[in-house]
Design a protein around this ligand. Sequence first.
Ligand SMILES: Cc1cc2nc3c(=O)[nH]c(=O)nc-3n(C[C@H](O)[C@H](O)[C@H](O)COP(=O)(O)OP(=O)(O)OC[C@H]3O[C@@H](n4cnc5c(N)ncnc54)[C@H](O)[C@@H]3O)c2cc1C
Length: 290
Amino acid sequence: MIPASFEYTVAKDLANAVELLARSGGEAKLLAGGQSLIPLMRFRLATPSLLIDLNKVPGLNGIAENGELRIGALVREADLEANALVRQRYPILVDTTQVIADPLVRNLATVGGNLAHADPANDHPATMLALRASVVARGPKGERVIPIDELFVDTFQTSLKPDEILTEIRIPKAKPRSGGAYMKLERKVGDFAIAAVAAYLTLDDGGKVSSAGIGLTNVGATAIRARKAEAALVGRAPDEKAIAQAAAEAAAAAQPFGDTRGPAEYKRDVVRVLTGRAIRIALARAKGGA
Ligand SMILES: Cc1cc2nc3c(=O)[nH]c(=O)nc-3n(C[C@H](O)[C@H](O)[C@H](O)COP(=O)(O)OP(=O)(O)OC[C@H]3O[C@@H](n4cnc5c(N)ncnc54)[C@H](O)[C@@H]3O)c2cc1C
């Protein structure tokens, strides 16, 4: 199908983008990589009267570790995957980006767009929940920081206001003895997840878990933070008994529904199995072994 007619403009900088967005009175959509928005427009599931192209806005493409890891909203998946700092210190992000769609999509799709789109099937939200990230939003009244736990409101709905632009993702700096992993089961390469799990752990000097983050993909209206699964690990030695308990809690936190990717009970068990696997890889990485 051909999209409904719309106006198109290129924002020259962030202030210009904010101004154009505010002036549109909620009728405009921001265009980043276009990998979710353009398909929606072609199905006429989105009919914005104006597209504000962010791609020429300077300053949104950086990846830097400075107290925390800061990822510009316009960083492409392909650039995240190739980044040396990310590959060395945040392998959970590499796990995540390299299972998103296919290389052609990843050349255009942005990390900010993946989060702002708030599709429960998207892969970054669960990882960002596990990492306790936050996002920076810029609007006419200035900048605010939104903890990731407050970002995803419902399917395709975030707490970003209609006149706000997501400009940056902030991730707490990787501590010593920390590690994470993202495990996804898909029907075929490039597909959205049947279910996927992000796990991020920090160990104390004695080898016990001092903090844990577990996020679930495509088993609910939004990405889900499995808090009871996290609690099953914290303060304990991460032995097989603790891992099995955390995996069972993650499965209990999932709220899947049956569809062409499988029945709800199957997806729930996929969450259980993937949680165990993600925790084991996260542990190996935290100990410096993977
Ligand atoms: C064939 C195919 C397969 C896919 N498979 C996967 C997959 O396996 N896993 C996965 O996670 N995703 C997948 N996707 C979806 C897509 O890759 C992501 O949703 C994508 O990362 C969105 O980013 P984008 O930059 O393309 O956003 P766009 O399509 O440009 O925008 C998406 C939405 O976010 C808004 N937006 C974008 N940037 C901002 C911003 N900075 N501030 C505020 N709002 C903003 C837009 O207005 C729009 O509403 C797939 C897409 C395709 C086409």
